[in-house]
Design a binder for this molecule. Sequence first.
Ligand code: ADP
Length: 361
Amino acid sequence: MSSLVLHDPAKVLESVARATRNGFVAYNNDSKITYFSDRLEEITGFVEAELLGKNFNEVFGFKEVPSFAKTFDVCSRPVVLYTRDGKTINLETRTAQIIEGESEEVRGHLVFFFIEDYRKDLDKAQSEFISTVSHELRTPITSIKGFASTLLQHNALDEEKRKKYIKIIKDQAERLSRLVEDLLAVSRLESKKLQLTIHPVKIKAIIENIALIIESKYKGSHRIEISATDVVPDVWVDSDRLEQILTNLIDNAVKYSPGKDLVEIKIRPSQYEGKEMLRVNVIDYGIGIVQEDIRKVFTKFGRLDSPLTRKTEGTGLGLYISASLAKIMSGDLQVKSEGGKTTFSLYLPIESHEGGVVWWD
Ligand code: ADP
């Protein structure tokens, strides 16, 4: 634990804050914020004027408030910082006591946030994202350019070949358009510009409809069996987003189980994190997901490396979008894969925001 001896803490802090690209917060013995540096304003979106006098722990949502505020032997730890628009940022911090020069009394604390490291991580993540997107865009563009040139150069192509090449161009253009749609969805999610209309939804009918569409898309290669409890409570969600999630899960179940002919969907009420929710299990008996990859499937462009994935069409954004949408609608998405059986469990709220429970008639 380091200690600072300061006669005019505010002045010293201000000059240190300007000289470094990291950030500081100072708070007094009542945990009231007394200083908030420019750098923190930049990354959190809060401004000092609105934070002065507020409780430090409440503003920053420190998880272990009592030990952080009161135990002085802990001086260095990673913390989760909440920004004005509700995002979380993980930062390393160091804490120092602010000591009154002559009396040596502890006047408060100074928390130093390591923003430099965070910026580097952010830059790295951004450049990785741009490089992945460029790669994903380049593949269909190359193919469209190649086949269009062939069509232009070879007038004497037979009808069958001509049609085949035009179909490839059309498929690749559709792939591009799906990728752009998914990227826009990711951007809306991340910038929190997504509008949801939450209302009670009868989920079984929606699932039956999607199952028919997917069965026909894959020309009946799979039977999609739906089972539900006698009473299925309405779910309180945005129906378009719900369809998007279910389509992604059911489509994946068929896509990643070639050679199998069954996908099961089980709908039932279930306790989840202490709440009564509706659980929709989408089960397939396909290629499965090994334990080490379980978390990866929910990340952006988290396509798993397998011969089948390489052959199948996909952006690797579907599950990232689905899981984010489920969370935004107060639900969750989990996956388990063992013994040749992969189960995606979608949990959805069955209570309205007013607290009422809505059931089927
Ligand atoms: P994609 O567009 O690639 O299907 P998703 O985000 O929907 O993207 O899925 C991410 C990755 O998770 C897939 O590329 C695949 O490797 C894996 N995956 C998803 N669903 C399944 C499943 N039912 N069985 C096995 N692997 C799956």
